[in-house]
Each structure stands twice: as structure tokens, then as C-alpha cells.
Design a protein. Structure first.
Length: 521
């Protein structure tokens, strides 16, 4: 069963609805990317900016200033970024030659040492020249595409140079990549550094998962449809499963991953954010702080993890050698820059409870891992069984729960599983899916990338999809007992799973003891 968009509604003339649909172009501005020669800039940031330009969503005179230690110049920076965009095969950004030339005219490069005040003064002088040349009005977005250890250094350097203020009445904002700290203490310390230079309203802590279409669509599904709200609670929902599975390994980032592990890399940000969007109450409006207030309430309502209960509500595991697409792949301990006896988890599964009026007694099961069967991310809201089965014992054995599934990647969409009668004289049932996908319903060959949405929002000053200071700290607080226990546990309790599978048997047992099981993705 497919779902098609409804068109021609009389409500299309509603000015509020028209306002929500309308895409806006930001004020002229300059984006300063620290770490301009790095992988994030090449693969995500510049292709996303070029994509925005191809959609007509970049302001006239928009400029990018790349800052890095490499001895590049403007010409080398333009050439390298052109090659990076060309690598995005099949996208409008890659095929729009005229658009690239217009974009490249605004690219500048500054070789600099992040620890030298003199180089921040040189940056300030360059930005003044860009303002004059490009008409960017002193409006600036600083993007920290660098290792987290450099965040305090760069933020304090910007402060000493006075760059936390836009020039000539313009504005200044800063985008900070994850991970934002590595535990509660370091997150609080980093927040103190940020707040000593920038105001909270200037600070955009980015989580690219919140820019994905289906994640945003969850808010629309919940709060723009009357039929769902009466059942979105403990009376009707049995449990919620949130899965973020990756089929790749650590992709040459052994040094980073040894320090992070799966909890810091995926749970503190992506998975807890998804949990908040499922569980939050309706905000009073769609303003940034109203939405984020409700997300913080969810995090504060999560039942604290007691150390003695960790073996009963959490599993950590590490992948061993296996196969991917029929080819052998190494185990985690055989990866580059990984200790031979490493106990860093590459997979985790958690059972969390949200202790509030709506969700009391409804478990939220979260899992994420590297080297799993396939790349797949989804939220599955599993409903309770009907209170009484009318159709006899055979029907009772065949029935499965109703499920609303939000597919985040790779095939973005929403499906509803429900029971239907099989054709024929006998009364037999089978579960069927009512399915919505962006590709088939809207005819979209390519969805805007998450970074396109988030970069545009920052330039517009729209902070709804970015995390606030108290939200970051509340998320770390949820995981603090688990991090403390696992960081000091060594081999004790560490499970293993073969690469190319859905994780360890211990993760299956986590649900089985509750009378449930993980969904087949």
C-alpha cells in the first residue's frame, strides 16, 4: 500500500501554512571554516554549501574563508574544493558548472596557527576585506571542523581578537561539531569556555541527525495529525525501538574511536536526540527554545541508571573478524591505531525508562553498532496487542503488533503495519504495510542533505535543530553512570559479535527477558 500526497486543499491558502513552506535566503554573510583542509570540509560542508547555491538559497556575495595550517593559497583552496564537489557524482552541486564558478569567486584561504593571536588578527583583517569586496555586512559564521581538543583554543583566540562580535553592526555565530565533551565534566567545562566568549544565542551545537528529513518529519507526524496523539502514550504503546546500524568499521579513525567508543560517538547525541523527539510533549509553538525546553524535560525524566542495574539494562560489545558484501573484514582489534587488547565498545544496546505521566512503564530500547549487517536507521513504535482476539486461537497465533516505523536512512519514509484479512473464504489474517516514502510520494531523486538544512538554519538564525547548553549536559548526565562503569570495567562484561551480523546474542537476550525481540530491519 502506498501513500500519495494530497494536493489542492483549500487550506493551502492559509498564510501560516504558506509561511511554513516558504524557503528563505539568509542575509549576506561569510562562513569561516577552521579545519578547511580536512575530510569534513571536503565531504560535507563545501558540497552542502554548493548544493544550497544550486537551489538559490545562498545570499548574493556569500563567501567562505578556509583556515588551516596547510600551506595552501586561494587558488589551491578553490581547486581542492572543486575536486571535492566533483566527487559527489550525480548531484546537482556536482553538475552545476556555472554555479560552481559563482561560488568559487567567494572562496578565500588563510594559512594560520590556531594558537597564535597574530593569526586571529590576520583573520580579522581578511574578513574586513571580504566584507568590503563581497558586501557581507560584517555577518559571520565560524565553523569548528577540527578535533575537539582544539575547540577551547580557537574559541578563546576568537574572543581575544574580538571576533565574537560581527563587524559594523553585523552578527556572529559559531557552529561546534560533536562530540561536545567526552563526559559530563568536560562538557560543562567546554560550555564555560564557550559562554565566556559567545552568548548562548550565538552558539549552534550541531548534530547532523537532526537535519535528516525523516527526523524532522517526526515532528510533523506527531503534531500535525489528529489521529495519532490519542494513542501516543503508555495506554497504547508497548515499547519503542531506536536503531542506528552501520555496516562500515571505524573508517581509519582508530585513534578517535579508541577515545570515544560507541556511547560517546552515537548515543549521547544521535540516539538520545531521537528518543527526545519521540517522547517530548507538544511545545507551545515551533520556536527554538519552546522545542528544546520539551526535549530537556524528556532527558531529565529518564530514570537514572543505577550501577548495580547496568548488567540488566545495558550491553556493550566489540566486533570481531567477519565479512561484508562477501568479503572478509578485520576485527576491531586488528584495525589501524587500535590497541591489540582494546576493550572499546563498538556496539551498545540500552533499555531506558522515561518516568513521566505519558511514558511510565514503556521501555525505550536503543542500539547502535559498527560492522553490522547493513546501514539502516529507524524508529519503531510498537503498539500493545488488542485486549481480546475475536477470531479464534489460530488468528491469535498469527497476529503481530501494530507498528509505526520511521525510516531515517537509507530509504527515508514512514510505514504503518496493521492486520488485514487474506482474500478467500477462510478468515485468515496477515500483516500489511501502509507505506510512505519521499521518493515515490514526492518524486524526489535527491533529498537535501542534513548539512544543507543545518547550515542554512544557522545562517538564518534558526536554532530549533541545534542543541542547547542544558540539553547537552542533561544528555551526558543520563549516560554518566554507564560511562563511568564501562570505562573502568576492562574485559569484564564485554561481549563480541561477528562483523556483518546484527550484534551479540546478549543484545537479543536484553529484550527476550522482557518478552520482546528486536525488529528485523
Amino acid at each position: 500500500m502506498k501513500v500519495s500526497p494530497v494536493t489542492g486543499s483549500a487550506s493551502d491558502t492559509n498564510p501560516l501554512r504558506a509561511g511554513l513552506r516558504r524557503e528563505r535566503v539568509p542575509d549576506p554573510c561569510t562562513m569561516i571554516i577552521f579545519g578547511a583542509t580536512g575530510d569534513l570540509t571536503r565531504r560535507k560542508l563545501v558540497p552542502s554549501l554548493v548544493g544550497l547555491g544550486a537551489k538559490g538559497l545562498l545570499p548574493g556575495g556569500f563567501a567562505v574563508v578556509g583556515v588551516s595550517r596547510s600551506s595552501w593559497n586561494d587558488e589551491r583552496f578553490r581547486r581542492e574544493m572543486r575536486d571535492a564537489v566533483a566527487e559527489e557524482e550525480g548531484t546537482p552541486a556536482a553538475s552545476n558548472a556555472a554555479g560552481w564558478e559563482e561560488f568559487a569567486a567567494g572562496l578565500r584561504y588563510l594559512q594560520g596557527d590556531f594558537t597564535r593571536d597574530e593569526d586571529y588578527r590576520r583573520l580579522a583583517a581578511l574578513l574586513d576585506r571580504v566584507d568590503a569586496d563581497r558586501g557581507t555586512g560584517g555577518n559571520r559564521v565560524f565553523y569548528l571542523a577540527v578535533p575537539p581538543s582544539l575547540y577551547p583554543t580557537i574559541i578563546e583566540g576568537l574572543g581575544r581578537a574580538g571576533l565574537q562580535r560581527g563587524a559594523g553592526g553585523g552578527w556572529a555565530r559559531i557552529i561546534i561539531e560533536k562530540p561536545f565533551g567526552r563526559d559530563l565534566a568536560t562538557a560543562c567545562a567546554l560550555n564555560q569556555v564557550v559562554m565566556s566568549v559567545f552568548r548562548e544565542a550565538q552558539t549552534y551545537r550541531i548534530d547532523h541527525y537532526l537535519g535528516k528529513e525523516t527526523v524532522q518529519n517526526l515532528l510533523v507526524l506527531r503534531f500535525a495529525n489528529t489521529f495519532l496523539e490519542p494513542t501516543w502514550n503508555r495506554h497504547y504503546i508497548d515499547h519503542v525501538q531506536i536503531t542506528v546500524a552501520e555496516d562500515i568499521g571505524i573508517a581509519g579513525r582508530g585513534g578517535y574511536y579508541e577515545e570515544a567508543g560507541v556511547l560517546r560517538d552515537m548515543f549521547q547525541n544521535h540516539l538520545l536526540q531521537l528518543l527526545c523527539l519521540v517522547a517530548m510533549e507538544a511545545p507551545v509553538d515551533f520556536a527554538a527554545d519552546a522545542v528544546r525546553d520539551e526535549k530537556v524535560k524528556v532527558l531529565r525524566a529518564i530514570r537514572p541508571i543505577e550501577t548495580a542495574e547496568i548488567p540488566h539494562l545495558a550491553v556493550r560489545a566489540q566486533y570481531q573478524a567477519g565479512s561484508r558484501a562477501g568479503r572478509p573484514v578485520p576485527g576491531y582489534r586488528e584495525e589501524d591505531e587500535v590497541a591489540p587488547a582494546s576493550t572499546t565498545p563498538t556496539f551498545a544496546a540500552l533499555r531506558l525508562m522515561v518516568d513521566n505521566w505519558r511514558w511510565e512503564g514503556v521501555p525505550f530500547y536503543l542500539r547502535s553498532g559498527k560492522r553490522m549487517t547493513k546501514k539502516d536507521s529507524e524508529i519503531a513504535v510498537v503498539y500493545r496487542a488488542v485486549p481480546h482476539v475475536l477470531f479464534g486461537p489460530e488468528a491469535r497465533a498469527e497476529m503481530v503488533p501494530n507498528v509505526i516505523t520511521l525510516r531515517i536512512q537509507p530509504d527515508e519514509g514512514i510505514s504503518l503495519k496493521f492486520e488485514a484479512k487474506l482474500p478467500g473464504l477462510a478468515l485468515r489474517m496477515r500483516p500489511v504495510n501502509m507505506d510512505f516514502s519521499y521518493g515515490s510520494s514526492f518524486g524526489l531523486l535527491e533529498l537535501p542533505s542534513a548539512y544543507e538544512r543545518l547550515l542554512l538554519d544557522c545562517m538564518l538564525g534558526e536554532a530549533t535543530l541545534f542543541t542547547r547548553r542544558d540539553e547537552v549536559e542533561a544528555a551526558w548526565s543520563v549516560l554518566a553512570p554507564l560511562l563511568s562503569a564501562w570505562d573502568g570495567a576492562g574485559q569484564d562484561g564485554l561481549a563480541f559479535y561477528e562483523a556483518g551480523t546484527w550484534g551479540p546474542a546478549e543484545a537479543d537476550a536484553l529484550l527476550q527477558k522482557d518478552g520482546r525481540r528486536w525488529r528485523r530491519l
